[in-house]
Design a protein around this ligand. Sequence first.
Ligand code: FMN
Length: 159
Amino acid sequence: MKTLIIYATKNGSVKEVAQLIRKELKGEIKLVDIHEEIIQDVSEFDNIIIGSSIYFGQIDRQIKNFIFIHRPEILQSKLAIFIMAAESRPEMMDKQIKNAIPNDIYTKAEIVSVIGSEIKLKKFSWLVRLILKYVKKITCSYKNIDKDKILELAGKFQV
Ligand SMILES: Cc1cc2nc3c(=O)[nH]c(=O)nc-3n(C[C@H](O)[C@H](O)[C@H](O)COP(=O)(O)O)c2cc1C
């Protein structure tokens, strides 16, 4: 079984989760940061796991392009999607994910899992920190990674 874990991260939380998922999987696994490596042939993978964070309601643009370009192969694979995102209202989280991911891909996925979120305030400009403070009520850095959700996702690929 060959598995592709392809992800995009701005400040590392999606990368950390991708690595944790990798540790739980067996077989041949290719871990790809989409901003660092181009993947040409997706059809060689039996399993595809796609990870992205959400910023201002959107998943990463290159992940979006990847899904668009490789849609047929992705739909042929065993698929999982994981998200790192801070929205606390479940219905809003659901809405932003369904807006960001094409419906056929969303429904094809064995699991679409929000694993948690991480904010490293020092990575952002004063303006972004101000927005986070007044719009999202976030005033300090934090990290929240749900290990059970990682195990749940990895469990979908145990044979
Ligand atoms: C400027 C900014 C905007 C964000 N916008 C959203 C958003 O619209 N919806 C959401 O659920 N989370 C949002 N988040 C939370 C991020 O998705 C979360 O911090 C995630 O863990 C970032 O992962 P990454 O560092 O791997 O890219 C935002 C975070 C920042 C700093």
